[in-house]
Design a protein around this ligand. Structure first.
Ligand SMILES: Cc1cc2nc3c(=O)[nH]c(=O)nc-3n(C[C@H](O)[C@H](O)[C@H](O)COP(=O)(O)O)c2cc1C
Length: 215
């Protein structure tokens, strides 16, 4: 059975978005390599709800005790989690905004991190009370940054609030952060030869990873 793919877009730009361009390459290579159904979730153009006190109260209520209103409060979260459950491979399109992830993508993570649904919490486990519930997903991050040198050891590694945050949250998606693959365009604000080379490398990697994950 062909694998299914969930692509989460989070660029606020519909046009001239490099993460959207990488996603299109990924999609084309995925399909050409025999990958199956593709679902698009566009939190960049249609941002999810921000969690609030009512949402948190509902999320921490036993499912059997939820009121109709609380079920409604959790409906968007339920739908987003169903998309994750249905996917074998998840491609997160994550531009760097202000050294972190776009607020819309953080809002998506806040909605899909659900106790009893995507993670369990048990103090009997001692100092590691959180355990993921989902498993077996493969995760690829398609990113773009205006500046450069954000990788570990780089001159801006200490300013990278994006990649470590995505890695820390990978378990909510049922993915292993050690196996998460990140493809990132850098130098986007410089628009020079370094940027052109970075784009070409990211495009080649995107095609390779898509065909590898589709098979
Ligand atoms: C609101 C905003 C904030 C940004 N903040 C950063 C930043 O902190 N560091 C950086 O290297 N680039 C930053 N950039 C540049 C983007 O990462 C870059 O333009 C990237 O290509 C955006 O993704 P997109 O092309 O898919 O829209 C920012 C861009 C925008 C629009």
């Amino acid at each position: 059975m062909p694998k299914s793919l969930l692509i989460v877009h989070s660029s606020a730009r519909q046009n001239r978005s490099h993460t959207r361009e990488l996603a299109k390459l990924f999609e084309d290579s995925w399909t050409a390599s025999g990958g199956g159904e593709i679902t698009h979730r566009d939190v960049g153009l249609t941002p999810p709800k921000i969690i609030d006190e009512d949402w948190i109260a509902a999320a921490f209520t036993e499912p059997s005790e939820l009121t109709d209103g609380q079920k409604q409060t959790l409906a968007e979260s339920d739908a987003l989690i169903e998309e994750i459950k249905a996917a074998d491979v998840i491609a997160l399109c994550a531009p760097m905004y202000n050294y972190s992830m776009p607020a819309a993508l953080k809002a998506w993570f806040d909605l899909i991190a659900r106790v009893g649904v995507t993670f369990s919490f048990d103090l009997a486990r001692g100092d590691v009370p959180i355990e993921p519930i989902l498993a077996g997903k493969e995760l690829v991050v398609l990113s773009s940054r205006g500046e450069f040198d954000f990788a570990p050891g780089g001159s801006r590694a200490h300013m990278n609030g994006l990649d470590p945050a995505l890695a820390a949250s990978a378990h909510y998606l049922g993915a292993n952060s050690n196996e998460m693959q990140t493809i990132a365009i850098e130098y986007e604000e410089f628009r020079d030869a370094r940027w052109e080379s970075s784009v070409a490398n990211a495009q080649a990697q995107t095609r390779d990873v898509a065909s590898q994950l589709a098979g």
